[in-house]
Design a protein around this ligand. Structure first.
Ligand code: GLY
Length: 282
């Protein structure tokens, strides 16, 4: 476990998937908003470029599937920790078909595959916050207690606590890790309440950074050789007040990433990749 903590945020590979045209009209969403498909695709291509060229990860790019409008949100289909990949059973029936291709890609990368086959279980990766020391699993419209139990079985080295998600889609719709021991959290009442529960349930102490906008609290933290602390976060245009808070993070390589169109279908930054730290020997 100590080894995993020392490498918190260290990634070598990312799995991403293309944006199908069906995302614009058929992807699940909580609000009606017109999606500009070209822009969604451009924003996604820019995101992949950042991960690949600027950060130097090896990126496995899977093709979009028109029959799976939400397939770009690969995070929901798998939870990877160390060399184990838990293939989830997504809460939305229309998304269950997304897991097969992700499973194949993760298997090819040499990860040990554990599948969530219990038909009573549901779990979306967007509900899973791994802090480096433990897991928090949001119980939401998409993830249930049985899903959390199966996750706990798959990652036995770590404590797993559940947190009610009373508003928004997923746990990580209002929080994410901003570094080792640092939780980024939105300022809404439900986000703050969830944080309090996480703090009460944990044996560890976490620092927090509160952002005015819940969605801006979904960032991607990495710790990369030659780059140090890296944070991919929403742009100033999207969330000017939250941007000002993030700018205060010292010693970080801060990389703003546009995500306006996928956000219209409840897709945040973490949703669009599965990150892996692949040991040279696996
Ligand atoms: N559109 C993302 C989701 O609802 O799962």
């Amino acid at each position: 476990m100590a080894g995993l903590m020392a490498t918190f945020g260290r990634y070598t590979h990312a799995v991403v998937r293309g944006v199908p045209a069906s995302l614009a009209t058929e992807a699940l969403r909580s609000c009606e908003a017109e999606v500009d498909l070209d822009r969604a695709r451009q924003e996604h291509a820019d995101y992949v470029e950042v991960v690949k060229r600027r950060l130097g990860l090896e990126v496995v790019e899977l093709p979009a599937d028109e029959a799976l409008p939400d397939c770009v949100f690969v995070e929901d289909a798998a939870v990877v920790c160390g060399d184990t990949a838990l293939i989830t059973r997504p809460g939305a029936e229309s998304r269950r078909g997304e897991t097969e291709v992700i499973k194949g890609a993760l298997k090819k990368l040499g990860l040990n595959i554990v599948e969530m086959t219990d038909e009573r279980a549901t779990l979306d990766g967007g509900d899973v916050l791994f802090t480096g020391q433990e897991f928090f699993v949001g119980l939401s419209k998409r993830t249930n207690q049985r899903g959390a139990e199966i996750l706990a079985d798959a990652f036995k080295d770590f404590a797993v606590s559940t947190v009610p998600v009373t508003d928004g889609l997923h746990l990580k719709s209002f929080c994410s890790m901003g570094g080792p021991g640092l939780i980024l959290i939105g300022s809404s009442e439900h986000a703050q309440k969830a944080l309090k529960i996480m703090q009460q349930m944990s044996d560890h102490r976490y620092d927090k950074l509160t952002l005015p906008d819940d969605l801006a609290a979904n960032c991607i933290y990495m710790n990369l050789p030659d780059k140090g602390h890296v944070l991919l976060h929403s742009t100033r245009d999207m969330f000017p007040e939250s941007f000002k808070v993030l700018e205060k993070l010292k010693d970080y390589l801060l990389i703003p990433v546009s995500n306006s169109e996928k956000m219209k279908v409840d897709g945040a930054l973490t949703c669009c990749s599965v990150l892996i730290n692949k040991k040279p020997n696996i």
